[in-house]
Design a binder for this molecule. Structure first.
Ligand code: FAD
Ligand code: SF4
Length: 333
């Protein structure tokens, strides 16, 4: 790891100042579970880091108002365990429970989780493997390499890496927004607009400016929260990234018809991936194994498979199907 300067401000204002003063080579440090990892691998080489973990206002969780509000510095474990989140938004809680390990969740924050970088093994593999995301213009080792974990949606000729996070998928399904602050003040970004597809610039992964800090994440309250789940399929039941995942939320009328339907896919795209066409197939319908499967098939229309990842198309269809059936039991309780 290279030497770097370290600042530990106590207020948000001081943090914004420290980030601006540090210049382009400065990074925000929250739990450090991704940033330090990438620094050790020499993928991130910040000249200085601004540690935001001592800023108490960033850790607040508020569930009593018209929306859920999560301070960016709240720990993954604290949000996952919050009783209101568990009862009224199981998809949000499960997306965190099913991520990483208990030790990591105790340390990592919900803001840092949004900005984690891809787990493409060529990206992390060092200079022996050309990677446009790590070294723009060097090429992509995955396209003709082992692409078992790579994207079925949103890829480009420059990069096919999947977005690895779970939390952002559940947030996307529930129309979350992200408040950020920088030297020019505060602004709000729709979660749907936070992450970028790679296009010709895979090194650019999100729309946050280098001198902006995520302050909080807001989720509008909806009845579909209770009828929700985050269903994640992985190579082992803990401590593994998604092969496929689906965040689903439903409301069902007294006559058994679906009134509201939200579906977002994880583990299969270059960014969190909502599938409105699949949601539409279910509005006004009864949820049966057949209609759930049909929604899964629509969700995966247009999937582009490579050499080793074709099995994840069918796996993804089944993931959506099962997620919808789990959500139905919660929505009709
Ligand atoms: P940091 O490491 O401190 O920061 C991460 C990035 O976000 C950095 O670029 C940092 O500059 C930026 N950042 C942090 N906070 C802010 C902010 N408030 N404003 C602006 N920028 C900010 N994640 C999953 O979703 N699912 C998994 O299954 C999973 N498995 C994992 C397994 C392992 C072994 C490991 C090491 C990680 C795994 N993760 C998984 C990723 C883990 O959840 C993230 O490392 C963690 O959430 C990052 O949060 P952090 O607070 O530690 O962020
Ligand atoms: Fe790099 Fe993206 Fe190719 Fe992986 S898929 S090697 S991250 S350019």
């Amino acid at each position: 790891m290279r030497p770097f300067a370290y600042a530990a401000p106590r207020t948000l204002g001081q943090a914004v100042e420290a980030l601006a003063d540090g210049g382009p080579g400065t990074r925000v440090l929250a739990g450090g579970t991704t940033l330090y990892d990438l620094m050790k691998l020499q993928i991130e080489k910040p000249r200085s880091v601004v540690d935001i973990s001592r800023i108490s206002e960033l850790t607040r969780i508020t569930t009593s108002g018209r929306e859920l509000v999560f301070g960016a510095g709240a720990r993954m474990a604290d949000v996952a365990e919050d009783p209101v989140v568990r009862r009224d938004y199981p998809a949000l809680s499960e997306s965190l429970w099913r991520a990483a390990s208990q030790q990591l969740r105790n340390m990592a924050t919900v803001g840092g989780n949004l900005l984690q970088r891809t787990r493409c093994s060529y990206f992390r593999g060092g200079p022996a493997f050309p990677c446009n995301k790590r070294e723009p213009g060097s090429g992509c080792s995955a396209i003709d390499g082992i692409d078992r974990h790579h994207a079925l949606f949103g890829a480009s000729d420059a990069c096919i890496a999947t977005y690895p996070g779970d939390w952002a998928i559940a947030l996307l399904a529930f129309d979350a927004t992200v408040d950020v602050v920088g030297p020019d003040g505060q602004r709000t970004i729709e979660l749907a607009d936070l992450h970028l597809e790679p296009g010709n610039t895979p090194e650019r992964e999100h729309t946050l400016a280098a001198d902006e800090i995520i302050v909080r994440i807001r989720v509008p309250k909806t009845a579909a929260g209770r009828g929700s789940t985050y269903h994640k399929i992985r190579d082992r039941e803990s401590y593994a990234f998604a092969l496929t995942a689906a965040a689903v939320g439903l409301t069902v009328s007294r006559r058994g018809r679906i009134e509201e339907c939200r579906i977002a896919l994880g583990g299969v795209a270059t960014r969190p991936w909502r599938v409105p066409a699949a949601e539409q197939t279910l509005i006004g319908a009864r949820l049966t194994e057949d209609t759930a499967r049909r929604a899964g098939e629509v969700a995966f229309e247009g999937a582009k498979v490579g050499h080793h990842n074709g099995f994840r198309r069918e796996l993804g269809i089944r993931t959506v199907t099962d997620a919808l059936l789990i959500a139905r039991t919660r929505a009709t309780r």
